[in-house]
Write a protein that binds this ligand. Structure first.
Ligand code: NAD
Ligand code: MG
Length: 405
């Protein structure tokens, strides 16, 4: 008798990043259920090489063609059975392979959109960390999920918490969940929640990347510091839970123990709690509707002691307001918001832009680029491109940067 049980094949897009590494950790804890089919990275040859040696995927993809060549050389002796692919074509291929059941979408930024869409088209179980993909093209993305017969599960800790608090029959894309009146989206407030406002202009990338509760990639760390992350998450929640931004209330909760809440018509509020460790939402999405070991320390609620809540300060964090306005504007406005933010954050991380100038770049770009209906991928990618060119011009001072800070 053949006793072999079919394990789930997984592709990790963005394997060398913070989410990618946590995903590999959860897979390693559950070898009877999962195996790695493909790992991808941008240009971190050394990082992907080590992961290939350890996890022996069938495929390794580097978005950068030169890096792919280097990886192939290095794998020749170390792990010759791993097939190396390159570029967007390679990323899209490993997102749609027949032997892949599950795709972890954990590339950072707009670069993750096309492979995530490919996973949707191919009917995979998509574990979505790459919120920017949904912010850019929510309507199109959700349509692809429905048409491809994919299952979209949120890895972002807040959205995963909301999903866990939804009625059991609910899955993202199945319409507005019955009985739900409000979503309470929690936010830590980032490292500068209480920093005197006059000190914010001198903030360095290192300070911005030192989050009090979460250990994350650099781009999302800066987004957390400006609270653009929460703005992107409001938009993400609107698409995932078929709701409007007016029903998504942002609540500052500095302890990051409650990961978000759902309020029902009858007055009930359901919350999901846990230590701030992304392996919990990753494992939840991987095993849903079952539960598996994630290696996360059990929550010691007595040690936590107290849970605080306050309203966000929109003066201190204009990015949150800008995201809400982009959602209201609809169409391509969210893609413009996202693109301008990516350009501004990159410039800040490269010491080319002050921390406090980030919202100015985004606001100026949003008012410059005409909003169009997001009817096709071409329209969305065009808006993304226009916004990048304009925002980059602002950062380089060819437009009126003086007005920004
Ligand atoms: P990270 O910077 O640590 O890792 C990013 C990964 O994407 C790396 O593997 C990198 O090689 C790859 N990558 C970068 N640019 C690429 C490109 N142009 N083409 C192909 N691959 C590219 O980022 P992260 O913190 O792991 O975040 C990944 C995504 O998950 C982001 O969208 C982020 O918002 C989201 N997310 C992260 C966390 C967290 O705790 N880190 C929590 C919630 C959501
Ligand atoms: Mg989050």
């Amino acid at each position: 008798m053949d006793c072999a049980v079919k394990t789930q094949g997984i592709t990790i897009l963005g394997a060398t990043g913070s989410i990618g590494v946590s995903t590999l950790d959860v897979i390693q804890r559950n070898p009877d259920r999962y195996h790695v089919v493909a790992l991808t990275a941008n240009r971190d040859v050394e990082g992907l090489l080590q992961q290939c040696i350890e996890h022996r995927p069938r495929y390794a993809v580097m978005a950068d063609a030169d890096a792919a060549g280097q990886l192939q050389q290095r794998l020749r002796d170390a792990a010759p059975d791993v097939e190396v692919l390159a570029g967007q074509e390679g990323l899209q291929r490993v997102a749609s392979l027949d032997e892949v059941d599950c795709v972890m979408a954990a590339i950072v930024g707009a670069a993750g959109l096309m492979p995530a869409l490919e996973a949707a088209r191919s009917g995979k179980r998509i574990l979505l960390a790459n919120k920017e993909a949904l912010v850019m093209s929510g309507a199109l993305f959700m349509q692809q999920v429905r048409e491809g017969g994919a299952v979209l599960l949120p890895v972002d800790s807040e959205h995963n918490a909301i999903f866990q608090c939804m009625p059991p029959s609910f899955v993202p894309g199945s319409g507005h969940p019955g009985g739900v009146s409000n979503i309470l989206l929690t936010a830590s407030g980032g490292p500068f929640r209480t920093t005197p406002v006059e000190k914010l202009s001198g903030i360095t990338p290192e300070q911005a990347c030192a989050h009090p509760n979460w250990d994350m990639g650099r781009k999302i760390s800066v987004d957390s510091a400006t609270m653009m992350n929460k703005g992107l998450e409001v938009i993400e929640a609107c698409w995932l839970f078929s709701t409007d931004a007016a029903q998504v209330q942002v609540v500052i909760h500095p302890q990051s123990v409650i990961h978000s809440m759902v309020q029902y018509r009858d007055g009930s509020v359901l919350a999901q709690l846990g230590n701030p460790d992304m392996r919990t939402p990753i494992a939840h999405c991987m095993a849903w509707p079952e539960r598996i070991d994630a290696g996360v320390q059990p929550l010691d609620i007595v040690a936590v002691g107290r849970l605080d809540f306050e309203a966000p300060d929109l003066e201190r964090f204009p990015c949150l307001r800008l995201a809400q306005e982009a959602w209201q504007a609809g169409g391509t406005a969210s893609a413009v918001l996202n693109a301008a933010n990516e350009i501004a954050v990159e410039a800040f991380l490269d010491h080319r832009l002050a921390f406090t100038a980030i919202p100015g770049v985004i606001e100026a770009t949003l008012s410059h680029i005409t909003v169009r209906e997001a009817t096709s991928l071409e329209v969305i990618l065009d808006a993304d491109h226009q916004a990048r060119v304009f925002a980059d011009g602002l950062v380089r001072g060819t437009s009126s940067l003086g007005e920004l800070a």
